[in-house]
Design a protein around this ligand. Structure first.
Ligand SMILES: *Cc1c(COP(=O)(O)O)cnc(C)c1O
Length: 243
């Protein structure tokens, strides 16, 4: 497809995904406004990210801090919010604090403490979500949470994150393992929601509103299970070009 064809395709895809979110929310008796669509631009050329913004997208997600910054230099609208959704290495933490609006993929206490120090230096509050691995040992990142018997053991780390005065904990996030059908992801989304409810009960003073879950293949199931942030890439922007 040529660039000008992508412009229209992305506009149509974006609105089709919004419509599917609306329908899924209604099926679950939820307000469609309670779900925010993050367009995942990782690995995609700048013109596609720009087309998504022209179509109406105001939340963009990136996995690598530097790659996102290249796009930020071109897309300077103050009403576009940048979400870090990938694993962040220690030495990249500074970029996240300097340039991103929300960090979905906080996956260790050490990283939390580093982000906290950097956010204090930068005199800002950084909104964060805690990433959990609800799918089992095969998926790489996030605190282990596939077995409810593990949850109690997570609490000291979570308490440590909540003690970080420059991090604003807002909820939880997961990337479940790829499975054969969207329906097969449902138990993982339910597990994350149950974990969220458990944390909200243990730490009632903190905020646990956000559930970041659901991608191109399964966002409707995620919305039915309570997702407030869905992260959709290929269903809107087409396949990511090979690296
Ligand atoms: C790539 C990615 C997405 C989007 O995946 P699609 O299948 O392209 O929708 C969502 N979340 C995370 C964490 C990702 O790495």
């Amino acid at each position: 497809m040529k660039r000008d064809q992508w412009e229209n395709a992305i506009r149509e895809n974006y609105h089709a995904v919004l419509e599917r979110i609306t329908q899924a929310a209604r099926r679950a008796g939820r307000s469609p406004e309670s779900v925010r669509l993050i367009v995942v631009t990782k690995g995609q050329p700048l013109f596609k990210a720009e087309a998504a913004v022209r179509a109406g997208a105001r939340d963009l997600g990136e996995n690598y801090p530097e790659e996102g910054m290249e796009k930020m230099l071109a897309i300077t609208r103050p009403d576009v919010h940048w979400h870090m959704i990938g694993h962040v290495q220690r030495r990249k933490a500074r970029l996240v604090v300097a340039h991103y609006d929300m960090m979905h993929s906080l996956d260790s206490l050490a990283l939390a403490q580093r982000l906290n120090r950097l956010a204090a230096e930068a005199r800002r509050m950084l909104p964060v979500l805690l990433e959990f691995n609800v799918g089992g040992e095969s998926s790489k990142f996030g605190w282990p949470a596939w077995d409810e018997a593990q949850w109690e053991a997570l609490l000291p780390d979570i308490e440590g994150v909540l003690a970080c005065e420059h991090l604003l904990v807002q909820g939880v996030m997961t990337v479940p393992p790829p499975v054969a059908s969207p329906e097969a992801e449902r138990p993982y989304f339910q597990q994350l929601r149950r974990l969220r409810d458990f944390l909200a009960q243990r730490f009632p003073k903190a905020t646990w509103d956000e559930l970041s879950m659901g991608m191109s293949a399964d966002f409707e199931v995620a919305v039915e299970e309570g997702a407030t942030l869905v992260r959709v890439g290929t269903a809107i922007l087409g396949p990511r070009p090979p690296k």
